[in-house]
Ligand binder design. Structure first.
Ligand code: UD1
Length: 429
């Protein structure tokens, strides 16, 4: 287990680059199942979740290789297995992305139901309803979802909620269906646009990705394609929060401003100085952070994946803020840990009422999900004393490429502890 110790109080200064987007890379990796030939994907972050998806593809019989820097080569053909391994799929919910492409390419897929998850029950009913609308027969058997269809047929599909994963799964499946598919109430996240553009390069006919109506005309075959994954908007936003909280001035290079507009608006409201510069964003921490109210929503609303980081920031802002989580039902677990660091936060249903405090104090804390891990790490940057975060492979490195190293390069005092005894032996904890 990797654990880090953050010694708070150091300002951040300098430049840092954003890695490729995990949430864009994962469905594109799954989409290669639909193709024939060699796909070369670049700007793929080197993360555990990506490695898990590569292992899923290999288990299905595809040849997939990761090579530095950030390149994945995948050879796809018709020789594909139908059953996804339980051990891998239950490890990462995003492996469920393979069900749509596998069904469309081979007519049959057997994929374990992804397990429950720390941020809510996260069912897959919308994915399956969408595949059913394309003519698939769906069965649940011994914890596996089995989907069958000799040939998928395009139809009009109205999603009950603009689910990112369901939009991606149905869009991928529809590329090889017979006729036209229209997805109404589709999710509009930038990752959907990136996936659609990769598929279009591979020969798919897709219109309207990034709007609430996506139209797909099925084709018989997709060829392989080379693709560069978009920058990670959540990593960019997390780095912006880190700079705003720790103090100092940081240039975040490679971030796409349009993808993080909602985060920028809220950070500006909190008093953070933000300006566009070249192909990046300059963030200047204010002398005092101000309160702001936030409600998470599907894109282009404020992203749920930035909620935890903003709660950390608002814990240190002057005044009272209300943060309402409307996408996931159980995404406030980091709040209890922040309170142990001295934050004043009250939970009322789906809202967190945050009264800013002048300082946080370092503590041993536990993350339960990826973004909570990042939120606690950036809290540690501004806390008095040392903050210990354990199991960072699982809760930070799963989704952030070298976040601790990037923060260190900006001046943060973060060191890895080889042994927990090093922490326990230190005085004044
Ligand atoms: C994706 C992102 C995740 C982000 C989320 C919302 C990836 C790999 N992950 O997750 O980081 O937090 O979008 O922006 O891209 N739901 C159902 N039934 C379904 C599907 C979803 O009820 O079949 C519900 C979920 O429980 C959740 C909400 O819809 O409450 C949003 O989920 P969804 O948009 O599907 O998120 P993911 O694709 O899982």
């Amino acid at each position: 287990m990797r654990r880090i110790l953050v010694n708070g109080g150091k300002k951040l200064n300098g430049e840092v680059s954003v890695s490729g987007s995990k949430n864009a890379a994962l469905p594109i990796l799954a989409a290669t199942i639909l193709t024939n030939g060699l796909n070369t994907l670049t700007s793929v972050p080197n993360l555990l979740d990506i490695t898990t998806m590569i292992r899923v593809l290999r288990a299905l019989g595809l040849r997939a290789e990761y090579s530095h820097p950030n390149t994945v080569r995948i050879w796809a053909n018709h020789n594909i297995k139908h059953v996804a391994p339980y051990e891998l799929v239950t490890k990462m919910r995003a492996s469920f992305f393979i069900i749509g492409p596998l069904l469309a390419k081979t007519g049959f897929a057997k994929v374990p139901l992804p397990g429950g998850c720390a941020i809510g029950s996260r069912p897959v009913n919308i994915h399956l309803k969408g595949l059913e609308a394309l003519g698939a027969k769906v069965e649940l058997e011994h914890g596996f979802v089995i989907v069958k269809a000799k040939k998928l047929k395009g139809d009009r599909i109205l999603l009950d909620f603009p689910s990112v994963g369901a939009t991606e799964n149905v869009m991928m499946a529809a590329t090889l269906a017979e006729g036209d598919t229209t997805i109404e109430n589709a999710a509009r996240e930038p990752e959907i646009v990136d996936l659609a553009e990769y598929l279009i390069k591979a020969g798919a006919l897709i219109n309207g990705a990034g709007t609430e109506t996506v139209q797909i005309t099925g084709v018989n075959r997709l060829q392989a394609a080379d693709w560069k994954v978009i920058p990670d908007r959540i990593e960019a936003g997390t780095l912006m929060c880190a700079a705003a909280i720790a103090g100092g001035e940081v240039l975040i290079k490679g971030a796409n401003l349009q993808h993080i507009e909602a985060t920028i608006i809220k950070l500006k409201e909190a008093g953070v100085g933000i300006g566009e510069e070249g192909n990046g964003i300059r963030v200047k921490a204010p002398a005092k952070l101000k309160a702001a109210d936030i409600k998470t929503q599907p894109f282009p609303g404020f992203p749920t994946d930035m909620q935890s980081q903003l709660i950390t920031l608002l814990s240190l802002a002057e005044g009272t803020s209300v943060v309402t989580e409307s996408v996931f039902e159980n995404r406030f677990m980091h709040v209890h840990e922040l309170k142990r660091m001295g934050a004043d936060i009250r939970l009322e249903g789906q809202s967190a009422i945050i009264t800013g405090v002048p300082k946080l104090s370092g503590a041993p804390v536990k993350a339960r999900d990826l973004r909570a891990g990042a939120a606690l790490l950036i809290a540690g940057l501004r806390a008095e004393g040392e903050t210990l975060i354990e199991d960072i492979e699982r809760y930070i490195e799963r989704g952030y490429e070298g976040l601790d190293a990037k923060l260190r390069s900006l001046g943060a005092d973060i060191r890895e502890l080889k042994n927990i005894a090093e922490y326990e032996e230190e005085p004044d904890q």
